[in-house]
Design a protein around this ligand. Structure first.
Ligand code: CUA
Length: 355
């Protein structure tokens, strides 16, 4: 298929380079060059790749064999300058043009048919929207669920509609052989049907800044039943925690926003922020709330709820001193639901005494 074979081969190397203690990957072995085949297109794609590779090896060996054979056979000692050299041989020319021509057309046909399959999502496919930003992935499901890991039902065609908040990223699941650029200001699509329950990873394959190589996300392929359970739970956990009634008007007396906020923090923020005072990519969030924050422009402010919320929704408005010059955090406004931002603020507040 029309996919850069070198990139596919690097997939396995990347897969091996991934930190196995941090990322769960199904241990099913792949082939010599490829990770395991976990989507419907994977086998056809690998077969096409091997077909092209094997034809190339066959012709390379054949041509070199003939070349060295002639060098040896017609060397200058046994064959002093020939008096008569052939100038033209129609049969020979047809032989080396027509059969390889058929091979090339066959390669093109396999690639083209496979490419059309990859580009055209089935009408009734499951829809997940993907938001890429430096340096994480956010996945949104039709029922409102949101996650930093990708959860999928096995055996169901799934379309990913993707966009980026900042620069160009590229969405790649090696085990699915699925790869598509994710571009700011426009939507791109890719689709696949996972065939095996298991754990895989999404990799970013477009250089997007210093943490590009860490821009990974865990993929979980579930049975349909498990997936329905997961996606329902994920869409409703905060509502269930927060409200005592079905109309969502009465807040539970025992609702602890900071605890709910920790869950949001662990899902969406830990790529760049720690809950203590240590700097990761961005500042540590421990001991920030209620204390004075110094900004790059020399101004200062006591961090209150409004400041924390503004930092999440308009991060570039106030850059903390020591973090200027780099790229600021992308906005999470519209990326995270308002409910999530609210509990996140409560969580940052709960970290006020962390030293
Ligand atoms: Cu995102 Cu590389």
């Amino acid at each position: 298929m029309i996919l850069n074979p070198a990139l596919i081969s690097t997939a396995l190397l990347l897969q091996q380079a991934v930190d196995k203690t941090k990322w769960k990957i199904s241990s099913e072995p792949g082939s010599f060059l490829f990770p395991p085949q976990a989507s419907t297109v994977a086998k056809d794609l690998d077969d096409t790749y091997y077909m092209i590779q094997n034809w190339s090896i066959f012709f390379t060996v054949l041509i070199f064999f003939v070349l060295f054979y002639f060098i040896f056979k017609y060397n200058r000692k046994t064959h002093p300058i020939a008096e008569r050299t052939a100038t033209h041989n129609t049969a020979l020319e047809l032989l080396w043009s027509v059969p390889p021509g058929f091979v090339l057309v066959y390669m093109f046909w396999r690639g083209f048919v496979g490419y059309l399959d990859l580009r055209e999502p089935p009408q009734d496919s499951y829809q997940i929207s993907v938001q890429a930003q430096k340096w994480s992935w956010t996945f949104k499901y039709p029922n409102g669920a949101q996650s930093g890991e990708l959860h999928l039902p096995v055996g169901r065609p799934t379309t990913m509609t993707m966009t980026s908040s900042d620069v160009i990223h590229s969405f790649f699941i090696p085990a699915f052989r699925t790869k598509m650029d994710v571009v700011p200001g426009r939507y791109t699509k890719t689709w696949f049907t996972p065939t095996k329950v298991g754990q895989y990873i999404v990799e970013c394959t477009e250089y997007c800044g210093t943490q590009h190589s860490d821009m990974l996300a865990q993929v979980f392929v579930h049975t349909e039943e498990d997936f329905q359970k997961w996606v329902y739970e994920e869409a409703n956990w905060l509502v269930k925690l927060k409200y005592a009634d079905a109309e969502h008007k009465v807040i539970r007396p025992d609702f602890k926003p900071a605890e709910a906020g920790k869950r949001v923090f662990d899902t969406f923020c830990t790529q760049c922020h720690r809950a203590d005072t240590q700097k990761l990519i961005g500042p540590g969030l421990g001991g920030v709330f209620g204390h004075e924050v110094a900004f790059a422009d020399g101004t200062k402010q006591i961090a209150d709820e409004a400041y924390v919320q503004k930092s999440i929704e308009e991060p570039s408005a106030q850059i903390v001193a020591g973090f200027q010059g780099g790229t600021s955090m992308p906005t999470f406004k519209g990326v995270l639901q308002p409910d999530y931002i609210e509990v996140l603020v409560a969580y940052v507040k709960s970290l006020k005494d962390v030293k």
